[in-house]
Design a protein around this ligand. Sequence first.
Ligand SMILES: Cc1cc2nc3c(=O)[nH]c(=O)nc-3n(C[C@H](O)[C@H](O)[C@H](O)COP(=O)(O)OP(=O)(O)OC[C@H]3O[C@@H](n4cnc5c(N)ncnc54)[C@H](O)[C@@H]3O)c2cc1C
Length: 462
Amino acid sequence: MAKSSLPFVVIGAGPVGLAAAAHLLARGLVPLVLEAGAEVGQAVRDWAHVRMFSPWRFNTDAAARALLAPTGWREPDPEAYPTGGELVRDYLAPLATSPALRGRIRTGARVVGIARRDHGRLHDGPGRDAAPFVLHVAQDGAVEAVEAAGVVDCSGTWGAPNPAGAHGMMAPGEAANADRIAYGIPDVLGSARATYSGATTLVVGAGHSAMNAMLDLVELARQVPGTRILWAFRRPLGAVNFGGGARDGLAQRGELGSRAQALVESGAVTALAPFLIDRVARDGDMLVVSGRQDGRQDGRIASVRAERMIVAAGFRPDLSFLREMRLELDPAVEATPALAPLIDPNLHSCGTVRPHGEAELRHPEAGFWIAGMKSYGRAPTFLMATGYEQVRSIAAAAAGDWAAAREVHLELPETGVCATDLPATDLPAAGGVAGAAACCAPVVVSACCAPAALPAAKGCCG
Ligand SMILES: Cc1cc2nc3c(=O)[nH]c(=O)nc-3n(C[C@H](O)[C@H](O)[C@H](O)COP(=O)(O)OP(=O)(O)OC[C@H]3O[C@@H](n4cnc5c(N)ncnc54)[C@H](O)[C@@H]3O)c2cc1C
């Protein structure tokens, strides 16, 4: 089939994948969304019980709203904070069934491989860049080849959580005790209530997901005596980033961190900080989790006993089905080299990223992009609004409108925390923005923390 008559495949029907389809349609291109789950928003459905920290005004995409407008869709209150379940019910599900997108989404269709037609990764051959993509799609027990003019991988990272083990690998015994370990944010006040009631649970991780899990457990402990919470961090308590509190541009996000910190300080939760997990064993009904309490390689070994573990230690991208794609990824962050320095938690903790688009997300494989949560690789600070701007820019590039692709606009709320260990001059400049590098320095507020046309943001950058 001629490449021009092929669809543009979007992998994943999460918020960013559906927005990508809307932007491609707006550009006169034909999207085909392949979703592994039984329904759209499959990953978000897994955290349906979690209240989001960004209000509706940051959670919907402009091109998607344009598709929804003629359907009689009522835009939710822009200042209200939905749960994940409400995001699906009030936005993603109506979007997927809108006349424009209906019939362009295949659910239960998992992408298991992508290549250029007749060109493995090694083969240059004539016309490699012009060859269409071939995706292998597993559905109903069979694998089918689907051809595409271009591909936007919006498959997220929810399916690849980081393990509890100190070295980035599963700790010995972690896999063998998987029946007692939950990854992510189980609904401990709802469907998983019986599992955690009256039990001791070890929560692992320091980000917003771990905070959410811990706060729900504290509420459960209030309701069910005997419920205990241990919370393991990689760092000493003084070095844990609980967020910007009242300085956070997203009030809910700031409050989440402040509440978590207060519970640790009050002793309602027993903090193990640092506690680097080396082994998970079983003693009857209990998990015995051993780790180093001072964080040193030759450090003192301690063991804690818990019936359950909740590991909320972040996520990593699944690159396995991209084996035949020519990718360029930062070796640590696993984001593109242009994006990685802007989001690398080793460089700074500012949750705000300079507006970026197709140019920063480009790989050597022309016509293939990774967008959404997965574009951030292992970095933790992704916001949906970032993904919506990414896919607007990518769709513009796919349609050949390079001026619109380059012109990226994004105003993100500050986290209120902005720290870097490096002098500004040591940080890389990106995209020609001198000192995007010095993300937090007032002198580059317009470059990093807010687009030049916008007023300087509050918080660390103000
Ligand atoms: C608990 C939690 C709370 C969050 N709260 C906020 C918030 O308040 N505000 C905010 O802006 N961001 C928030 N985020 C971050 C982020 O915006 C969301 O994770 C968002 O869902 C990312 O959208 P996405 O479309 O990139 O990926 P996802 O929502 O993860 O969607 C990816 C989709 O791809 C599918 N998929 C995966 N692999 C394949 C495959 N091989 N083939 C086909 N389909 C595949 C999945 O089933 C899934 O439906 C939160 C994240 C979490 C985990």
